[in-house]
Design a protein around this ligand. Structure first.
Ligand code: 13P
Length: 263
């Protein structure tokens, strides 16, 4: 079971969306909703992950928000520091730009951009070394689930990064369990299935680190206002990584409320 002191996280992954004018509008609408003061810092961590060229725009817009909303990079280079690596943004450069959080290992990066475990390990290692918080994504495909391999696949993905995380660095990691078959499909894992996998991830983490019982484990995959409350009610679901629904300020806000008030 999770430590009941874990503060939930609700993170919006905007993926390759939206156009700049819409990003501005989206974040301003969200800021307006936050002005209602219904979600305190202590109740829920909030974060959004825009495209890389909008990180600063969104960060600047959020400076006038009445509470902290972290701005998260969607990926980071496997290369460290600075250097001749055209097109790349390193963890050091994110840190230098005051971006303190990064998604690593999202299934879309694993599937379309060659993020193999050894590459993911390099990304995680450099991000942690720069002091960034890593939201590390894991999840099985439909085929793997149907073949009864879901637990093994997900636990292996967790173990994949263990060798590059020092004992003290585990507190910089947030896990996001996103079954691939639930991403963008409207098909959410049932709260029972999600809870069951989260409990196994929790046990796996406890074997790897003494911080295992306090690490947040987020669920992602078609999270929406309609299913957020029942997901939030599951003891080992400590938040949500939200794709499509985070592109609508009201929906994202309702999901945040669900986690802030159910936990
Ligand atoms: P959806 O919420 O659109 O299913 O996306 C989930 C996701 O991949 C978040 O990282």
């Amino acid at each position: 079971m999770s430590d009941s002191t874990i503060t939930p996280w609700v993170v919006g992954n905007w993926k390759m969306n939206p156009m700049q004018v819409n990003a501005k509008q989206l974040i301003n609408e969200f800021k307006e909703l936050l002005n209602k003061n219904e979600i305190s810092q202590a109740q829920c961590h909030l974060a959004v992950a825009p495209i890389s060229i909008a990180l600063h725009l969104v960060k600047d817009e959020l400076k006038q928000a009445n509470r902290t909303v972290h701005v998260v990079a969607q990926d980071v280079s496997r290369m460290a520091g600075t250097g001749a690596y055209t097109g790349e943004v390193s963890a050091a450069l994110l840190k230098d730009s005051a971006i303190e959080h990064v998604l690593i290992g999202h299934s879309e990066r694993r599937e379309f951009f060659g993020d193999q475990p050894h590459i993911i390990r390099e990304k995680v290692k450099h991000a942690l070394a720069e002091g960034l918080t890593v939201i590390y994504c894991v999840g099985e495909s439909l085929e793997q689930r149907e073949n009864g391999q879901a637990d093994q696949v997900v636990l292996q993905q967790i173990c994949d990064i263990a060798s590059c995380v020092t004992a003290e660095q585990w507190h910089q990691i947030v896990i996001a369990y996103e079954p691939i078959w639930a991403i963008g499909t409207g098909k959410t894992a049932s709260p029972e299935d999600a809870q069951s996998m989260h409990a196994k991830i929790r046990e796996g983490l406890k074997q790897l680190t003494t911080l295992g019982s306090t690490m947040p484990i987020l669920y992602g995959g078609s999270v929406k206002p309609e299913n957020a409350v029942e997901l939030a009610a599951c003891p080992d679901i400590n938040g949500a990584l939200v794709g499509g629904a985070s592109l609508n300020a009201a929906s994202f806000y309702q999901i945040a409320q669900a986690f802030a008030h159910t936990k």
